[in-house]
Design a protein around this ligand. Structure first.
Ligand code: HSE
Length: 399
């Protein structure tokens, strides 16, 4: 079978390497040889082996009936959306790591693939190398999914871990994440939480079989987290994690992305560095956790190639994925309950103690201020309680 790779960046070159270095074992498992016929990129790669298969015009790939599988690892919506649609309409299967495209147009592209009896597969779009999409499509199929909580962004988890363990500065650790090939081209997508938001949108859409728009998901990144917050978290025997969460409660689906202080006995507490983990709670299964490298060239490429192998093993077959275009109207997160951690100036402490249900008070971490962990309360109750108080920072906490 012939494969064309669109984009020879971090993931694209990783796909090339995985298909080349593991050729023998992949051929054995697939039962057919996977040949890289084309690599599409705007750039030249003089003297590199990829030069022999490099093309600059997508039409060469599109119009070649011998290309069975297109690997779209360009990222972004333009031109990836058009390229993907054109390939699927020609009956070519597409395998991708492009979470932005999957989150936005996944339902439509899956539908086209179904009509054309080919496949649109996106294992690498969530959790890097973790086989998480397959869990939703093929494994956790007997359950009503009650809750998903995931560390879904490798860059921010890597940054928070390095900041906590080495006391390094935000910009310094961001540069490290970029050098390791973890960060998005525009790292704001990582640190502002948009990348995690797209991933929880994809998982929630798969969990409930309908479209969840990432634009509808309340999203907060890690840019406001300081070393003082980290110090308080340690005192509370908790860790701060950027979590993508969704839950089904009273007939409504809620989703959000925000930093959260998780307790030491929560398995997500020990997920550090570039690792991601996703906890899924089913009504029969109870909890399952998937863990692995959430970003980086080879782990992500491995997930993309696993899709390529799936396609190659099922020629002329559509692997069914239930994700309709019909939209889920998300519930208002103001209805969700958490504990809250707030830092306040010492002068405001009495007012805060009178307004919030205090569980723990810490007054010796930083001068002139105190930290308060509240009891569990609804987000709307918390917001109304602090309306007239100025808080230095707020982080949601596991109750
Ligand atoms: N920038 C993303 C991350 C890459 O750090 O998780 C993998 O999707």
């Amino acid at each position: 079978m012939n494969v064309a790779i669109l984009g020879f960046g971090t993931v694209g070159s990783g796909v090339y390497d995985v298909l080349t270095l593991n050729r023998e074992i992949i051929t054995k498992r697939t039962g057919t040889e996977l040949n890289i016929k084309y690599v599409l990129d705007l750039r030249e790669f003089p003297g590199q082996p990829v030069e022999k298969v490099l093309v600059h015009d997508y039409n060469i790939i599109l119009n070649d009936d011998d290309v069975d599988i297109v690997v779209e690892v360009m990222g972004g919506l333009k031109p990836a959306y058009e390229f993907t649609k054109q390939a699927l309409l020609k009956g070519k299967s597409v395998c991708t790591s492009n979470k932005e495209l999957v989150a936005k147009h996944g339902a439509e592209l899956i539908e086209i693939a179904r009509e054309k009896n080919c496949n649109y597969l996106f294992e690498a779009s969530v959790g890097g190398g973790i086989p998480i999409i397959r869990q939703f499509i093929r494994s956790i199929t007997a359950d009503d999914i009650e809750e998903i909580n995931g560390i879904l962004n490798g860059t921010t988890n890597y940054m928070m871990t390095r900041m906590r363990e080495e006391g390094l500065a935000f910009d310094e650790v961001l540069k490290e994440a970029q050098a390791n090939g973890y960060a998005e081209r525009n790292p704001a997508a990582d640190i502002e939480g948009h990348d995690a938001c797209r991933k929880i949108a994809i998982l929630t859409s798969l969990a409930y079989g309908k479209q969840v728009d990432s634009e509808d998901i309340y999203t907060e990144g890690i840019t406001k987290i300081s070393d003082v917050d980290v110090a308080y978290a340690s005192r509370l025997k908790r860790g701060i994690k950027l979590l993508g969460s969704s839950k089904s409660e009273n007939g409504k689906v809620y989703a959000m992305v925000a930093p959260k202080m998780v307790k030491k006995d929560n398995p997500l507490y020990m997920v550090n560095g570039v690792f991601n983990a996703i906890m899924i709670k089913g009504n029969m299964l109870d909890e399952v956790m998937c863990y692995g490298k959430g970003a980086g060239k080879l782990p992500t490429a491995s997930a993309v190639v696993s899709d390529v192998i799936d396609v190659a093993k099922h020629p002329g077959t559509n692997i069914p994925i239930i994700w309709d275009r019909e939209k889920i109207e998300l519930g208002n997160i103001e209805e969700l309950s958490h504990a809250f951690f707030v830092r306040v100036k010492t002068d405001d402490l009495i007012a805060v103690q009178n307004s919030l249900p205090v569980d723990v008070l810490i007054d010796d971490v930083a001068e002139g201020e105190a930290g308060i962990l509240t009891k569990s309360m609804k987000e709307c109750e918390f917001n109304s309680a602090i309306k007239n108080i100025s808080v230095l920072s707020m982080i949601r906490c596991e109750a």
